[in-house]
Ligand binder design. Structure first.
Ligand code: GTQ
Length: 350
């Protein structure tokens, strides 16, 4: 299209071959592949069934403990990116299982993580000295370089979706990690402390922003869901998103995490959205309701806890059969900071 590869001649081919061992490549032979008129992602649309992932994890729990695995996770690996541990070109997705009585030992790393709880009767994570119980639908974050360990003292397995910026950190060659050497870190603050301090529409007087990550680390499902329910009464539906909210850092109103954006949206039953595309490839988890999403022309029928991915610049529209709630995450904060983020609403071309 914009940059067509000049035709090959014997002279040119010989030249390319001659410069190869010299660590040189002719830009004109690759320009069209590296500077594309619009995103051309190797990431493809795909849907994972929770039932399948869940039963494979239970199968794995028979031969590997959370402790031995460190994190017993099945990676949701994009079929266009096999072998790379990526769900999109910049982000990781996995489903983690902690069985009753197990502990996933304490470690820390420069990658940031989000958890979206899929199935739980109990189970907890401890981050930076504070423990939080995890309930279905909770959005929990682990800022980079904070100690974190997970445990489950309930009688039932706990499953959650892990979203991490592993590929992004790998791309930047900025990975550091270490083990604490103990299964669990000491708990230094009472449960609920962060939510009280930072999540009650107040901040402690004199509080100063110290990190780019939100000081709240569990955004409880009940409160997020309640906000959507209250807001639906105004019937102000966005044609592309229904009612879509973003999880924020209460300190500055920005994204909860510096590298990952997270959203919760409500789509009323029968409300078919208008096609939408954006440069931030997005991972979706339907939490309530059923329906289908058309992603780049491919239709995915979904029900609660399935996971599907929409690649960069791939048009998506949703067709909920009944009221539906979708959680989603993407690398939008990074693209915004770099001045790269773009969206296109509707069917317009160019
Ligand atoms: O819970 O710390 O899915 O370090 C991948 C890497 C989870 C975690 C993952 C991790 C974790």
């Amino acid at each position: 299209m914009t940059h067509e590869r000049p035709t090959e001649t014997a002279e040119r081919a010989a030249f390319y071959e001659a410069i190869e061992p010299e660590g040189l490549t002719a830009l004109w032979s690759v320009l069209g592949d590296i500077v594309t008129p619009e995103p051309k992602s190797p990431c493809v649309p795909f849907l994972w069934r929770f039932e399948t992932v869940r039963s494979r994890l239970l199968e794995a729990s028979e031969f590997i403990s959370a402790k031995e695995a460190v994190r017993r996770v099945l990676i949701l690996e994009n079929p266009g990116l096999r072998g790379q541990s990526k769900v999109t070109t910049s982000l990781f997705a996995g489903v983690q299982l902690v069985m009753p009585g197990e502990v996933a030992p304490s470690h820390r790393h420069t990658q940031s993580a989000l958890r979206f709880v899929l199935e739980a009767e109990g189970g907890h994570t401890t981050v930076g000295g504070e423990r939080t119980e995890m309930a279905v639908g909770d959005f929990v974050i682990t800022p980079n370089w904070e100690w974190h360990d997970h445990g489950n003292t309930s009688d039932a397995p706990i499953f959650w979706l892990d979203g991490l910026d592993i590929p992004l950190v790998q791309f930047l060659d900025a990975s550091f990690a270490e083990n604490l050497g103990e299964d669990e870190q000491p708990v230094g603050r009472p449960e609920g402390d962060s939510l009280a301090r930072y999540g009650a529409n107040m901040l402690p007087v004199g509080y100063e922003k110290r990190t780019p990550t939100s000081p709240i680390f569990n955004y409880p499902w009940e409160r997020s869901r309640e906000a959507l329910e209250q807001m639906r009464r105004t019937e102000e539906w966005d044609p592309c998103h229904g009612l879509r909210m973003r999880y924020v850092n209460p300190v500055d109103g920005g994204w909860a995490m510096p590298t990952i954006a997270a959203f919760l949206q409500l789509l009323p039953g029968g409300f078919a959205t208008t096609p939408y595309r954006s440069t931030d490839a997005t991972v979706y988890v339907p939490v309530e309701g059923s329906g289908r999403s058309v992603v780049g022309g491919e239709t995915f029928e979904w029900k609660p806890l399935d996971v599907f991915v929409v690649p960069s610049w791939c048009a998506v529209h949703h067709e909920p059969d009944e009221d539906a709630v979708l959680f989603s995450y993407s690398d939008r904060p990074v693209q915004e900071k770099l001045g790269l983020w773009r969206e296109r609403r509707g069917n317009e071309h160019e």
